[in-house]
Design a binder for this molecule. Structure first.
Ligand SMILES: [Zn+2]
Length: 607
């Protein structure tokens, strides 16, 4: 046998032996698996319980005292969300452990103002630790001083007074601008797949459903809940005694504190005011005229967290939802025509009431007669503005709108990935952009231009954008990005990040100072002698523009009432937009009256 052949044979033998060893290992593993694998399908339920009892003698359960979610503050540091109060925690105990102090239980029932039977029955039925609440309470009952005094003297097994962190205080009227939290498994799956996989989150965890609760959710989630742990035996029955332990992340940096630009006292006063004065559907936006910061934002119908989707409530924020603006848009038409040199302050128009084309009429029967450009704006003359719009191209109208911050989003958005999030941050995630034309027309269409020029047809604008239009004109055409959150702090007060003011310039540049001034004088005329003269009197002198827009809802004609303006005229402090939606045709402009009321409240606040 040659050396060569012997080597080959040795190699073959080695390969065969290696293969056999491998099979042997597999066989041993298989036997081991059969021996030790749990044979769950054939095990009886009692055997299963026994096994569980043997393997897990005790199991830890938790009652959440604080979810650890970050909170919101107004610009002066007033808490918008989050309050801690004392509540009654009741832990499930085995029957024999609960007995022994019947008189104490009677006293406890007395303190809570319920019958002993009802309280005892509820306690016996408990499967998990719970905070006590009365029949008509949604949240754990906030113990009064008197109740605390009575309860602190008692020693009822399995009953403790513990601090409970409630996210939405009783006095807190849910606000669309803040939003709400609830269970949203679909959002958790898209935003937190890694944390779900790592089991640091469950699909039943709460997450932001709208507003800032949603757009800042990843910052708000924090690092875990603080809870009171108690122990159950392997059969998941509570232990005889009660062994409590406080567990929590104990991290000084969390939960985070979000400082908004909102003025909470003003927001609350305005909410009361508009409810008292019957704004059922619509929005109010108040911006700081100097900075574009959002001072207040109100939407109706109300957000009722427990009744989302029920009639008479609405989770959508109408302040950032685009609606038909009607005559508010005449400001844009005028700006476009002034910029294009298609009209000037010296021009006069004649309105006989009927435009003579496209079935278009002036709202004023018999017409305005001969009017100057300023009088046409003050009187909101449809004939004059349809005439002006027909001189323009669709592109000229579109460009003017963009220059004025319309038909695009103006909410604060980080330019780059927002460092704490790892992606760009949009403060107003649900903001609608609005439009001038649904589709930019390829052919010139006089009827479309005329109707667009008076703010009908496809034109859409949100109250937020309408208020910002005032800020833009007051700043001679400089468009601001609107801020709702200004700073984020760690739990210990240390600054995490600032969200600085930003501008939102148009790629088409800005309107001229002259155009801005002409529009501002025009809006003063609206209140001095035009459609806004009914609100001429008040704490502050104001200027603005009214709008009455036709909309078709469910096949019926309805009206959107608008008023957008600023005050005081001499040194503007606030820009305000009021939208009253879905109104019966023929009623007087609700938004104009509310605008004056809002301005008076703002003036009062200024002292
Ligand atoms: Zn007219």
């Amino acid at each position: 046998m040659s050396v060569e052949r012997r080597r080959k044979r040795q190699r073959r033998v080695f390969t065969v032996l290696l293969g056999m060893s491998f099979l042997l290992v597999l066989y041993i593993l298989r036997i081991a698996w059969l021996q030790f694998a749990p044979a769950a399908p054939v095990m009886t339920s009692r055997a299963s319980t026994q096994l569980k009892a043997e393997s897990v003698a005790q199991r830890e359960r938790g009652l959440v005292l604080d979810t650890g979610r970050g909170d919101f503050y107004d610009k002066s540091g007033l808490a918008i969300t989050g309050e801690t109060y004392k509540a009654l925690a009741v832990f499930p105990l085995q029957q024999k452990a609960r007995t022994g102090a019947p008189k104490e239980l009677t006293k406890l029932a007395d303190a809570l103002g319920v019958s002993e039977n009802a309280l005892g029955g509820w306690m016996r039925g408990l499967k998990e630790a719970s905070f006590w609440r009365s029949a008509n309470e949604r949240l754990p009952h906030k113990l009064t001083e008197r109740q605390l005094g009575m309860i602190n003297k008692l020693h009822v097994n399995g009953v403790r007074v513990l601090p409970y962190r409630n996210r939405y205080p009783e006095a807190f009227d849910p606000k669309h601008v803040i939003g709400y939290t609830s269970q949203h498994p679909e959002l958790l799956r898209s935003d937190y797949s890694e944390r779900l996989e790592a089991k640091s989150m469950k699909l039943t965890d709460q997450t932001g459903g709208s507003g800032l609760e949603r757009s800042l959710d990843q910052l708000l989630q924090g690092v875990g809940a603080t809870s009171v742990s108690y122990f159950t035996n392997g059969a998941d029955e509570p232990l005889h005694g009660l062994d409590l332990r406080l567990t929590g992340p104990n991290n000084p940096y969390y939960p985070l504190k979000i400082t908004t630009t909102l003025n909470l006292p003003i927001q609350n006063r305005l909410e009361k005011y508009i409810d008292k004065n019957g704004l059922k559907e619509g929005a109010v936006v108040v911006l700081d005229a100097a900075t574009g910061d959002i001072v207040s934002m109100i939407s109706r119908p109300k957000l009722v967290v427990s009744r989302i989707g029920v009639e008479g409530t609405d989770s959508a924020n109408h302040a950032i939802r685009a609606a038909v603006p009607g005559s508010i848009f005449k400001l844009v038409t005028e700006a476009a025509a002034l910029e294009a040199g298609m009209t000037n302050e010296g021009e006069s128009f004649f309105c006989g009431g009927n435009y003579g084309r496209y079935g278009l009429h002036c709202w004023k029967r018999g017409g305005h007669g001969t009017v100057t450009l300023q009088e046409a704006l003050a009187g909101s003359c449809n004939v004059a503005f349809a005439t002006i719009a027909e001189r323009l191209s669709a592109r000229q109208l579109t460009i003017a709108a963009d220059q004025l911050g319309l038909a695009r989003q103006v909410g604060w958005t980080s330019e780059h990935a927002f460092q704490p999030l790892g992606k760009p941050l949009k403060q107003l995630q649900d903001e609608e952009a609005g439009a001038v034309f649904a589709v930019v027309p390829s052919m010139r269409d006089g009827g479309q231009l005329a109707q667009t020029g008076i703010g009908q047809r496809d034109v859409r604008m949100s109250p937020l954008q309408a208020a910002n239009l005032m800020v833009t004109l007051l700043h001679q055409g400089v468009v601001h990005e609107l801020r709702l959150v200004s700073e984020i702090h760690y739990g210990n007060g240390q600054l995490l990040t600032k969200l600085p003011r930003q501008l939102a310039p148009s790629p088409y540049g800005q309107i001229s100072l002259h155009t801005a001034q002409t529009l501002l004088r025009g809006m003063e005329a609206v209140v001095a002698y035009g459609t806004g003269r009914s609100i001429n009197e008040g704490r502050w002198s104001v200027a603005g523009k009214s709008g009455t827009a036709q909309v078709i809802l469910g096949g019926h004609e309805r009206i959107n009432h608008w008023f957008v303006g600023y005050g005081p005229v001499q040194s503007p402090r606030y820009a305000v937009a009021v939208l009253a939606e879905n109104r019966t045709p023929g009623l007087s402009n609700k938004a104009t009256v509310l605008f004056r009321g809002v301005m008076d409240i703002l003036a009062e606040d200024e002292g």
